[in-house]
Write a protein that binds this ligand. Sequence first.
Ligand code: DHB
Length: 304
Amino acid sequence: DMSTALGAVPIPSPVLTASGCSAFGRELEPFVDLTAIGAVVTKSVQLRPRSGRPTPRMAETPSGMLNSIGLQGPGIDGLLDGELPWLAERGARAFVSIAGVRVEDFAELATRLRGVPGVAGLEVNISCPNVESRGEVFACDPVAASDVVAAVRAAADPAQPIYAKLSPDVTDIVSVARAVVDAGADGLSMINTLLGLVIDPDTMKPLLGGITGGLSGPAIRPVALRCVWQVHAALPEVPILGMGGIRSGLDALQFVLAGASAVSVGTAVFNDPSALGRIHAELAAALETRGFASLREAVGYAHR
Ligand code: DHB
């Protein structure tokens, strides 16, 4: 039994897309049964359309990639008019990532998403690394992070669980996790990308137009797994959507054993667009081989 839940919302598979890695699901449709995966986690949306940061916006490294997109997207009107109806018509669940500059932006987005068909919940992106200063990363400060989450919880549809997306770029992720849970988060998404830099040896200048970018992929997997472990140890009742460099069922298994009740797969879909179905099957087989009758039995097993 591979069923799990996002907050109180049941989902048939613990494997979800990761925000930003397959836009709004359309480009994955030829490769993935969008109704069979846990949910499509959509690219963080803001109130207004945005054109994003200067190019280049992606840089590859041997064990991961950096991106500096700058939250390019259609804005909430574009999402409500085009992308969400398209997903709902197919019976796919959308876990909608929201982002803003001010606390009120997040609250307004949550208000606009109330009662929208197919919206299984909200992922609150308080940890986008591509901002002008670190002071703008809400998730780097427990008070700023909890202000956003409290405002979203007050504005959001009570039937839509809200997951706060945490940044690994903090000295104590457990204190941020506690703060957002106290503020009303139903779950935690861990982790967002790690802030990184690449310098082009030919031009001898930063490769990315935005200079720094978010590092994802296998390079960050042990960091992500450590974050999930620490937070599950401190807050064992809080659902965790684990992510960071998952490429295989055995990678996903490690996140489940550390305490994640679902996982997102992002960077791996760039190499292999059918990775989500494959990882679901590999995880199911790995659980069965190890004697687990259900996914739920395995959540946090490494702590026991
Ligand atoms: C962007 C946002 C993120 O949360 C992230 O991890 C990487 C990039 C962005 O759109 O710039």
